[in-house]
Structures are given as structure tokens and as C-alpha cells.
Design a binder for this molecule. Structure first.
Ligand SMILES: Nc1ncnc2c1ncn2[C@@H]1O[C@H](COP(=O)(O)OP(=O)(O)O)[C@@H](O)[C@H]1O
Ligand SMILES: [Mg+2]
Length: 269
């Protein structure tokens, strides 16, 4: 059975697109046929982060409007077998996504794919609602700061009341917490919330903690999802996240401040 997973947050700039790219890629690496769908109409970030922006011909909105079929719009990743991207449109208005249209495209994708990852736009307006409405599971992406946690809490409320599963009285959307841009030094100094703080407030299962890492920016600049950078902390943390999503129990890494080596302690750095 195909699973529809929305990567959502409420707040912008917390790492949804980075996480959608990493998680979609990680699932495909594990052998699951996976498509990442960009719901952020107008921004079109996903294809940049995936490094396929020059290969976009048709997009999600074209498919909804019947201007192309799904296979014309899907972009097959060149690195990972079984990985596809359905890009967003850059030009059209945000109301281009209709519930009927989105449902039709998702149903068609479900015939072919194991996982459908929906990269949500920020906010709680139409686009974000559309991205989460059909979800079976939600990865609530949150930064360890009060404003982000507050917005994630609002999104959880919406998942409980406004998702299709909620409206139809089915089992609720399965919610996972993904804490991104985690910086143990700043947590220790009391400048940021700790994992425990965020868990206490949101009270949903923890799926992963991704450290703040410069490798994320260099990965996105080179159009390569950071999970493929297997030596980076962020890449490793996303790999752990995939294993947990697939049901394994994996210890958490990168939660503690790293002790500096003797040279750095003497000479700084
Ligand atoms: N773990 C991380 N470490 C450092 N920077 C990150 C991390 N995750 C995301 N970023 C940066 O944060 C910014 C927003 O990320 P993005 O994935 O576009 O967020 P969203 O889709 O939620 O708006 C980008 O510049 C991205 O490179
Ligand atoms: Mg985004």
C-alpha cells in the first residue's frame, strides 16, 4: 500500500524542503519507489535542492489541468534508482491546486509508488492545507525555538481536525516530530529549546534530530540531497531518521556538545 507522507511545519525556513529531499532520497536508496511532490507552488525550491531544475518541463499544475500527463511531468533522479520528483509550477497562482485535482494525481501516484512525500509550503493557507489533507502520516518539522514549536502545534491541531482522515473519522494521521537545525551548544547555553523541551510541548513521537550543519547548505548549493553526503552529521542523522521511519530502533546521535580536542582547547577554534 502506498503511503502519503506530508512534511509540514507551519513556519517557513525550518527545513521542510531539505527534509523532504533527504527523506525521499533515503527511502528510494532503501529500495522503495518514491516520489517527492512539491506543493510549494510559486517557489519551486525542491527541484533546486534535488539538482533537477533544468529538467523541469511540465509540473504538478500542468498535470492537474490536463496539460500534460503524469509521466511527462515526473522527473527521474539520475543518481538514485526508484526516485522521482514532481515539480511545482513557478508561475501560476496558489489556487491552482484543487482538492479534486490533487486527489486524482495522488491516486494515480499511489498505483505506482510505495511512498509519496509531500513537501508543504509554509503557513496554514490553501497550499499547506492541500499538502496535508490527503496524508496518512505527517513529519512535523520543527526548529528548537518557541515560534517554530508554536506553529507546529497549530499544524498538529489542523491535522487533528481538517485532514481527510479526521473528516472521515478514520484513524488519525500518524504524526512524527523531526527536530531540525539542532545546535547542542546553543541548547546548553539556554538559547534554544532542548529535545526534551520540544517533546514536552508537542507530545508526539520523535522521529529524528538533525544537527545544524554547514553541509546542508553546501549540499543544496550543489543540488545534492544532504543524505547522500554520508560523511556529514546531517546526512547521518537523516539516515537514522529513515531507519526509524521504517520501524527500526536507532540511538540518537549529535545531541551532545562535542568535546574539543586538546589542540583546539589550547589554541582555540
Ligand atoms: N540542518 C540544517 N543545518 C543548517 N542549515 C539548514 C538545516 N536544515 C535546513 N537548513 C537551511 O535552512 C534554510 C531553509 O531550509 P528549507 O529546507 O528551504 O526550509 P523550508 O522548506 O521549511 O522553508 C535553507 O537555507 C537550508 O539550507
Ligand atoms: Mg520549502
Amino acid at each position: 500500500m502506498a503511503k502519503v507522507i506530508v512534511v509540514t511545519s507551519g513556519k517557513g525556513g525550518v527545513g521542510k524542503t531539505t527534509s523532504s529531499a533527504a527523506i525521499g532520497t533515503g527511502l528510494a536508496v532503501k529500495g522503495y519507489k518514491t516520489v517527492i511532490v512539491d506543493f510549494d507552488i510559486g517557489l519551486r525550491n525542491l527541484d533546486l535542492i534535488m539538482g533537477c531544475e533544468r529538467r523541469v518541463v511540465y509540473d504538478f499544475v500542468n498535470v492537474i489541468n490536463g496539460e500534460s500527463n503524469l509521466n511527462q511531468a515526473l522527473i527521474k533522479d539520475k543518481r538514485v534508482e526508484k526516485l522521482f520528483i514532481l515539480p511545482a509550477s513557478q508561475t501560476r497562482d496558489k489556487d491552482a491546486l484543487t482538492k479534486e485535482g490533487v486527489e486524482r494525481v495522488l491516486n494515480e501516484l499511489k498505483q505506482e509508488f510505495d511512498f509519496i512525500i509531500c513537501d508543504s509550503p509554509a503557513g496554514i493557507e490553501a497550499g499547506a492545507m492541500m499538502a496535508l489533507y490527503f496524508a496518512d502520516e505527517a513529519i512535523v518539522t520543527t526548529n528548537p525555538e518557541v515560534s517554530s514549536v508554536r506553529d507546529s502545534d497549530r499544524i498538529l491541531g489542523i491535522l487533528h481536525s481538517k485532514s481527510k482522515r479526521a473528516e472521515e473519522g478514520l484513524d488519525g494521521v500518524k504524526e512524527h516530530l523531526l527536530l531540525t537545525r539542532y545546535n547542542p551548544e546553543r541548547v546548553e547555553k539556554g538559547e534554544m529549546l532542548s529535545v526534551e523541551d520540544v517533546q514536552d510541548i508537542l507530545a508526539i513521537d520523535l522521529l529524528g534530530v538533525i544537527p545544524e550543519s554547514p553541509s546542508v547548505l553546501s549540499a543544496s548549493n550543489s543540488g545534492q540531497p544532504v543524505i547522500l553526503d554520508i560523511d556529514s552529521d546531517a546526512g547521518k542523522a537523516y539516515q537514522d531518521t529513515i531507519d526509524r521511519l521504517l520501524g527500526e530502533e536507532i540511538d540518537y546521535r549529535f545531541l551532545q556538545v562535542r568535546k574539543k580536542g586538546i589542540l583546539k582547547r589550547i589554541f582555540g577554534g
